[in-house]
Design a protein around this ligand. Structure first.
Ligand code: MSP
Length: 517
């Protein structure tokens, strides 16, 4: 199957600030998108999966100054770390956008022009609080004071007083339209708890948004006024349009992929995506994305992750210690997607040794070893299926729809839980059917049992490709399943008998803790 019989699917990650090295939070958002992008491709969609880096703004300019280099050289270096991470984590993104690229500046300036021409941008002056860390404006009432008497935003970021000429976007004009949007399309923001937060924020009243700055230079110039650069969030959000060819609305990519199907974000940046972004698009008369989903945050062994505490988790180090697919599986399975969750070494090892080495690893290893040794290394013929055989086969066949349903709601953990229920059932079936005993008493029945199990493994391995692409490839290679027979439409085409399999090798090693570690 080659692609787009189900239409197109456009999924995006936030674009990451290049003020620092990538950490687990960045890896997490992109991983969730990668899993969905791979799932949709296997399900027959023409997919565009976009990630990239957010390279303008005061925060990046200050970080470059601290590093003693000009902002462009600085962003070139740090952005490379994010591109490297896409390789290390085996992300399948189709594009990597950088906001310093010309294609992006062109898109931003065009969008600005449209907003201005339609009367939604006006010149005024801003006097208020700004948090450079969040690149966000705050009202006095949102702030608290810390122990040193400094004013702090709800995110914990320090704010500073800013007073400068500024263009404003008429955000206040969109209150009713936004509320109608959330009301009429309840799936526009997920999960529901976050949707309610967005609704109450908008109900609290929206003030016009300052969308330009004059006290530093690192940004996209406002068309027609060289003294102003665009507010970094207006610049950054536009990336989702740039990447499909905007402002050329007749571009093939634009026609195929806009509006986006899903903007995946962390909970901290939902306000920008669920309020500002649709308001900009409404003002410009452009179609709105279909859904915005906010995931939760990781803590490390129960503690908030922060540079000052020194407990930032480096995804590269995790992968080196436990293996790439182990880390990918852990992140998608451990925490209900959408909720905050905790990383702990114990939890990581328990998933790795329990779910992977014991459950799926052992199942594949013992079944394929029996096929290899007792069936002349070939997938055996089968006789009539018993009720027990049918029960297992039916449960694996039901997984595709279940996963699709759960993944469409971004409930990755739930989908994986269903897969593991079938894996447990398969392990129980092995014990109950005892093919090692049948070897002495009923070879034909042994063949049927091993066929049922191998077919179960084939389907599970096909379905788990989005989460663990390399390991599942190894498993499917052991079955000698042709590379073009591994999409979800192939699930229905029963495993062929008589095919030689390779000598099975364990796919998921156990993690052995060193003494005293
Ligand atoms: N540049 C903006 C996004 C612009 S999108 C138009 C930005 N960048 S960021 O580098 O700060 O990226 C943050 C992403 O990483 C967010 O989705 C955020 O939620 C996620 N995480 C940062 N720390 C995190 C954890 N501790 N846990 C999980 N995700 C976290 O915001």
């Amino acid at each position: 199957m080659t692609g787009s019989e189900n239409g197109s699917y456009y999924i995006t990650t936030p674009i990451y600030y290049v003020n620092d090295k990538p950490h687990i939070g960045h890896a997490y958002t992109t991983l969730a998108c990668d899993v969905l992008a791979r799932f949709k491709r296997l399900d027959g969609y023409d997919v565009k999966f976009l990630t990239g880096t957010d390279e303008h703004g005061q925060k990046v300019e200050t970080s470059a100054e601290k590093a003693g280099i000009d902002p462009q050289t600085f962003t070139d270096q740090v952005s490379q770390n994010f591109r490297d991470l896409t390789k290390t984590c085996n992300y399948s993104n189709d594009d990597f956008i950088r906001t310093t690229e010309d294609r992006h500046k062109k898109a931003c300036q065009k969008l600005w022009q449209v907003l201005e021409d339609k009367g939604f941008i006006y010149l005024g002056s801003y006097a208020g609080w700004y948090a450079v860390r969040d690149e966000a404006f705050y009202t006095e009432t949102e702030l608290t004071k810390n122990a040193d008497g400094k004013r702090i935003a709800p995110t914990g970021a320090e704010v500073e007083w800013v007073e400068e000429p500024s263009y404003f976007f008429k955000l206040s004009a969109f209150e009713d339209e936004l509320l109608a949007l959330y009301e009429n399309d309840p799936s526009f923001v997920g999960p529901d708890s976050r949707r309610n937060e967005v609704i109450s924020f908008v109900k609290g009243g929206l003030r016009d948004l300052s969308v330009s700055r004059t006290t530093f230079n690192w940004g996209v110039q406002v068309p027609g006024n060289d003294d102003h650069i665009m507010y970094v969030w207006l610049d950054a959000l536009t990336n989702y349009l740039t990447a499909v060819g905007y402002p050329d609305e007749s571009a093939t990519e634009y026609k195929n992929f806009w509006p986006a199907d899903l903007h995946m974000v962390g909970k901290d940046i939902l306000r920008f995506h669920a309020i500002y972004w649709p308001a900009f698009l409404m003002a410009a008369d452009l179609p709105l994305p279909k859904r915005i989903f906010a995931h939760g945050w990781w803590t490390n062994e129960g503690q908030k992750i922060s540079k000052s505490v020194g407990n930032v988790i480096d995804p590269n180090a995790l992968i080196e210690e436990y293996g790439l697919d182990q880390v990918r599986y852990f992140m998608m399975r451990e925490v209900p997607f959408g909720k905050d969750g905790d990383y702990s070494k114990q939890a990581m090892i328990s998933r790795m040794n329990g779910d992977l080495a014991n459950d799926i690893g052992n199942l594949a290893q013992r079944v394929l070893s029996m096929v290899f040794k007792n069936c002349e290394g070939k997938i055996p013929e089968h006789g009539d299926f018993t009720d027990a055989d049918k029960e297992l086969l039916d449960s694996v066949t039901a997984l595709h729809d279940k996963l699709r349903n759960d993944f469409d709601k971004q409930s990755f953990h739930r989908g994986l839980e269903s897969v593991w229920n079938v894996i447990s059932a398969a392990n129980k079936y092995v014990d109950e059917q005892a093919p090692w005993t049948l070897k002495k008493t009923d070879l034909a029945r042994m063949g049927t049992v091993l066929y049922v199990l191998t077919e179960t493994i084939r389907q599970i391995a096909i379905l788990l490709q989005p989460v663990m692409p390399e390991s599942m490839e190894t498993m499917l290679n052991q079955l000698n399943l042709p590379a073009d027979a591994r999409t979800f439409s192939d699930l229905k085409i029963a495993l062929s008998t008589g095919v030689e399999i390779d000598k099975p090798q364990g796919v998921f090693p156990r993690y052995i803790e060193e003494e005293g570690a």
